[in-house]
Ligand binder design. Sequence first.
Ligand SMILES: [Ca+2]
Ligand SMILES: [Ca+2]
Ligand SMILES: [Ca+2]
Ligand SMILES: [Ca+2]
Length: 408
Amino acid sequence: MRILKQLFLGAVAGAMFVLSACGPATESADQLPPADVPNTLSTEQWTYIQIDSTNVMWGEFDGPEWLRYFGLAAADFTGDGKLEIVTGRTVFRNPGGDMTGKWEKIDLAVNVDANLTYQLIGEKAPSILAEALPEVIRFSVDQNGDFTKGEVVARVPPTGHHNGQGYKTADLFPGKGDVEIIYASQGGLYVMDPTAALPWPVVLVGADASDEGFGVADMDGDGDLDLISGYRVPGLDAEVPTTVVWFENPGTMTPDWTRHQVGHTAFAIDRVEATDLNGDGRIDVVVAEERYPGLEPDATLWAFMASDTGFVRNAIVTQYSMNNLDLADLDQDGDEDILTAEHKGPDLALQLWKNDGAGHFTKQEIDRGKESHLGAQAFDMDGDGDLDIISIGWDQHQFVHLWRNDAK
Ligand SMILES: [Ca+2]
Ligand SMILES: [Ca+2]
Ligand SMILES: [Ca+2]
Ligand SMILES: [Ca+2]
């Protein structure tokens, strides 16, 4: 396969810096952990790779001129087991090897904010979904390995920032097999079925949800995935939602799922994810707050721990605005850890918060000085079995970042 034909700009050759070199731990036989302690992966060694320093922004092509891209996804389009990066109107082709080579830029040839990839059962390669709201546009890989011209597949109401900041695929209706597409936009959370005839039906399942991040998890343990998000209480400031809710999946693609309350934040709910943090079988909710203009370090990362009597809110950290959140088991000890990054402030710290298995978190700073917005996302970019981290920015939108996990 080849996706080189649409190459339009050379990426700046990957600049590489070794961030930390603590060296592999040396253990003598009498220091080995007991057999019942899971072997964990070191999270101490990372190599920063600058994938691009000249990335475009939405406003260079269409109004409003201040607008950047919100989309960030990764998938293997070439079948080599290495993941390409998709953001905005650009696909960055993984050079393979240690990933420090040149990431070729493929322009999707139209101004869109690509934010998802998905692959239906039987399809040979993933497709890209992009927003140029109200249009939702699909790009597929043709028999030559090139991306097709964009095709409008659905229509979703545009947000106050034109495109949405919440996007996920998930198999919401077990039994069907293929994933559904979920977009957060003006009006709430919309679900689409990518196996439907065009144009795809668009169903508003989460009325008045925020157009920012949302989580997907089985909140009530009934076997289907529910949606967790910020809620725009009618009559209150839509830009500063402070109520966290979940929407109960009825098992069918029907509108207006029943809303349940999780809790409240102090400031604007920005990113939301959910998983069982403490291994008690109940799904907990993690929320990163946004502060704008973000001049003070007063944004909090919250964990809402599920209990018999509702959710107990714990503050993990209060620091500069965090517009980045992902949950993943970075140290491979069986529990989900938290990835976040500061979008404002002097440090712009990229942080891993390691879970002790009981929902208590210890900070490990991975890097600082690279601004992230809708970034700090974990993917195994080189297919070597450990999770790497990718990021895009807003204030420093021209950069695309990769931290290669050098765990041994
Ligand atoms: Ca459920
Ligand atoms: Ca739990
Ligand atoms: Ca873990
Ligand atoms: Ca990896």
